[in-house]
Design a binder for this molecule. Structure first.
Ligand code: AHR
Length: 502
């Protein structure tokens, strides 16, 4: 099969916001406890944070991590996680039916963020609580001192404010499963008033209002219109979430689901434009896609705990074991965000450790990279710069959900400062190699830095503690450049990253 691609230096979409490579950590299952935090682990630091996990996170160059939830935040008292650990209460978490000793709270999380070189993105509880708890939390985190909550932070050991910019106004408030679920009108009003109040503490905050939990919600996209009309002047981003599932065990249909993501982003961009026009506003609101990933392998594992009578601490929940097929899906999702760099400014892979995550740990044992670690690593490290508006001419296929799905899914990123041009390409065809002729326009003297391929004969192949490199990238010579022509040979069902020096 053959395809043609044109990359022109002048045809760009937008500068990519680095924060599109963000991640998410929730007090859920083993994400925190025996994930990032495990006092007594052989690699733990003086704060009880696992060094092996921190090192895998550092390599990802994660710009910021959303915390502490997720559904968890909608019944969370942030004050439970401050002060001496021995005085912190054990609480029952209504979202995941577990208990939490609160040994990790905002101080421990902030210290860990400093260790791994990332920023915090914090969520406030607009489910069981509201404006008052939110404003106190912002004062605690961001006010320099001389007030009740900021002085308490100082007493608890942190003199300087953290100056956290990104704040989520609740989580998935459109979902009936959410503690304190609200109608769009109720939520819009609460989010607007909360935004006004917390901006009074700090004018530099960037605020994120909840959009739909996924594109199949019955209230979508009316929810976005109502909430944005209520909050437009006070907020900066609208949050979207989407998880992907190979529910039919059909790889071609599964890989086409990134086209649903594409439609979701286009529709919500349209709603933003509609509200902007209706308000005669010149302000822009962008999308924060702050939960996305593949999520379905672990569904059966979760049910006994979610329906059980006891309240376990840090049980195995949502521990998807990712396979090679998921590498291709995650690659397509990341490409979609790059191609929408003009509207998607923030995104968070959900989550980062153990819970639907690229990093897995064994308690008291090792930490390893799941298969999906690699496309996320490559995009985060090498996908920074300007997104190119590539033109592709490639055969397509149809699925019951989406028509005209290109067999090649590709994004291109030009980093002018570094003098690089990088492509991330997925072959969605399981039978044929695709030979891609790339015309490089306006890029002089291109030379291949490296070409890395992720490919496995078994779509179900996974990485485990005993076989952690089963699915991992290899160096390939399948890309060649001559003058302004680049040729790529994409093996059936494969992921490729091609980096050029220009
Ligand atoms: O990431 C897992 C859960 O998915 C989050 O808690 C929730 O926001 C979403 O439904």
């Amino acid at each position: 099969m053959k395809a043609k691609l044109t990359a022109h230096a002048e045809y760009t979409i937008s500068k990519i916001d680095d924060r599109v490579y963000g991640a998410f950590l929730e007090h859920l299952g083993r994400a925190i406890y025996t994930g990032i935090y495990e006092p007594g682990h052989p690699t733990a630091d003086e704060n009880g944070m696992r060094g092996d996990v921190a090192s895998l996170v550092k390599d990802l160059n994660v710009p910021m991590v959303r915390y502490p939830g997720g559904n968890f935040v909608s019944a969370y008292n942030w004050e439970d996680g401050i002060g001496p650990k021995e005085d912190r209460p054990v609480r029952l978490d209504l979202a995941w039916h577990t208990s939490d000793n609160n040994h990790v709270g905002v101080h421990e999380f902030a210290d860990w963020c400093e260790t791994v070189g990332t920023d915090m993105m914090l969520a406030v509880n607009l489910g069981s609580r509201g404006l008052d708890a939110a404003r106190n939390f912002v004062e605690y985190v961001n006010h320099p001192g001389g007030s009740y909550w900021s002085d308490l932070r100082i007493k608890n050991g942190r003199k300087e404010p953290w100056n956290t910019k990104l704040w989520c106004l609740g989580n998935e408030m459109d979902g009936p499963w959410q503690v304190g679920h609200k109608s769009a009108e109720e939520y819009g009003q609460l989010a607007n008033e909360t935004a006004k109040a917390i901006r009074a503490f700090d004018k530099n905050l960037e605020l994120i209002v909840c959009g739909s939990s996924h594109a199949n919600m019955p209230t979508y996209p009316e929810w976005e219109a109502t909430v944005l009309e209520a909050t437009y002047d006070q907020i900066d981003y609208i949050s979207l979430h989407m998880y992907f599932e190979n529910y039919e065990k059909n790889t071609a249909n599964y890989l086409a689901m990134s086209e649903k993501l594409d439609q979701y982003i286009v529709t919500v961009s349209g709603v933003i434009d509609y509200v902007k026009a209706k308000k005669r506003s010149d302000k822009d609101v962008y999308i924060s896609f702050d939960e996305w990933n593949v999520w379905y392998h672990s569904n059966k594992q979760d049910r006994p705990i979610l329906q059980g009578e006891d309240w376990p601490h840090a049980p195995r929940l949502l521990e998807d074991i990712y396979n090679f097929e998921d590498v291709l899906m995650v690659g397509c999702v990341l490409n979609t965000f790059i191609r929408h760099a003009d509207v998607v400014k923030i995104a968070c892979i959900a989550q980062l450790v153990n819970v639907i995550a690229p990093i897995m740990t064994d308690p008291d044992g090792s930490a390893w990279r799941q298969t999906i670690y690699y496309p996320y690593l490559f995009a985060s490290v090498y996908g920074r710069g300007t997104a190119l508006d590539l033109k592709i001419d490639c055969p397509t296929y149809d699925t019951p959900l989406v028509k005209n799905v290109s067999y090649v899914d590709v994004s291109g990123v030009h980093n002018e400062e570094g003098g690089t041009l990088n492509f991330f390409a997925i072959n969605r065809n399981g039978d044929e190699t695709i030979e891609v002729d790339v015309s490089l326009e306006g890029f002089a003297d291109a030379k291949i830095i490296e070409c890395k391929v992720i490919k496995h004969d078994d779509l179900n192949a996974t990485n485990t503690a005993d076989n952690p490199d089963n699915v991992s990238p290899t160096i390939s010579d399948s890309a060649k450049v001559s003058g302004n022509k680049l040729t790529l040979s994409l093996a059936p069902y494969s992921y490729q990253m091609i980096r050029l020096k220009i």
